[in-house]
Design a protein around this ligand. Structure first.
Ligand SMILES: [Zn+2]
Length: 344
């Protein structure tokens, strides 16, 4: 491959500027005491950056997301982008660093893909619904036990590649959030929304509801016994349920969160909440206990708005809560790990 073709390919795949790339190539020539040609140096840089300049990547074996295992390396996957998370920015050694993440679904499963530093220029060009082909990524298990696909400087990411057809994958049910957050003043009923706000009020009341342990449907006590329409008399499982108000600086709105989302907002696991409630014989006690920590907490809420005819207002029912501080911390941890992994 000729010099110009090589650098064109590197620029296309890595999103680096021509100036940066040419200075890297010149540095490489100097480093090698001018023993290589410009073309030879460009070849070396391409190799270092993981850009395959010999043929296409059609031969890459694609792994199904459901078959990904932690510690796998040089993995290639394809998938449709279902969700893009906000970019996290932080300072590291006086330099501003960015980490971005998105979710992909390939029809067999979904996983989060983590981008950082050099790959951020690619990340910023990706939209919800895009098909991605990711080559040479490595797999990690995050602290929640979920599989994550990490993009390193050796990875290649192709957005909507020609030879990949994912039109058979329906991701409409996965798409719950939009890339851009909206202001609370713009909220109407029946919208899928993403709001970044602060919890300014938390309602102290019973924070549990009961479900059938089999089908997870909500059950109510009838004469002291819990009956599921399908499973008869059951011992219910308790799930968390909370109501609160968030404020995003433009307005405020009442929100409801269940189960995992409620755990995120409260900062308590369901098990911990049950223990607190039982030991105080008060189903509102977990809320009282966490009140000071929850108020002022910044969260990212993905959810649906609905009209509450009782209060005559629009409310949000969350379907995914991200604790902003946790999220930034988590991305920072990921960043440290990726940086380490890239050096080894
Ligand atoms: Zn049931």
């Amino acid at each position: 491959m000729e010099y110009n073709e090589i650098i064109k390919k590197i620029i296309k795949e890595k999103g680096v500027s021509k100036e940066v790339l040419e200075s890297k190539i010149n540095d490489k020539i100097l480093e090698l005491d001018s023993l290589v040609s410009k073309e030879g140096a460009a070849n070396i840089i391409a190799g270092e950056l993981g850009v395959d300049i010999n043929g296409t990547d059609l031969a890459e074996e694609i792994v199904n997301i459901k078959n990904l295992l932690p510690t796998m390396k040089n993995v290639s996957i394809i998938g449709k982008v279902t969700d893009i998370y906000p970019i996290s920015t932080f300072n590291k050694d006086g330099k501003e660093q960015q980490v971005g993440a998105l979710s992909v679904n390939d029809g067999t499963g979904f996983a989060r893909v983590v981008f950082w530093n050099d790959s951020m220029s690619i990340f910023k060009n990706i939209n919800q619904g895009d098909s991605l082909k990711i080559i040479n990524a490595y797999i990690k298990e995050n602290k929640f036990g979920k599989i994550e696909i990490h993009i390193s400087f050796r990875s290649k990411v192709r957005i909507n590649p020609e030879n990949v057809n994912l039109s058979n994958i329906d991701i409409s049910k996965d798409i719950k959030v939009s890339r851009e957050k909206i202001d609370l003043t713009e909220i109407k009923k029946d919208m899928d929304i993403k709001v970044v706000g602060m919890v300014v009020q938390l309602f102290k009341k019973n924070c549990f509801f009961n479900v059938c342990p089999e089908c997870k449907k909500s059950v109510k006590a009838d004469d002291g016994a819990f009956m599921c329409k399908e499973h008869g008399r059951i011992t219910p499982e308790r799930k968390l349920f909370i109501s609160y108000v968030i404020d995003d600086g433009t307005s405020n709105i009442r929100c409801t969160s269940f189960s995992f989302d409620a755990e995120k907002v409260l900062g308590l696991s369901t098990k911990e909440a049950i223990e607190l409630a039982d030991s105080h014989e008060d189903n509102a006690y977990p809320i009282e206990h966490m009140m000071n920590k929850v108020l002022g907490k910044e969260i990212i809420i993905n959810g649906k708005t609905q009209f509450n005819s009782f209060s005559n207002t629009v409310e949000i029912v969350s379907n995914k809560i991200i604790d902003k501080i946790d999220y930034n911390l988590e991305l920072k941890e990921i960043y440290e790990e990726v940086k380490y992994a890239d050096k080894n």
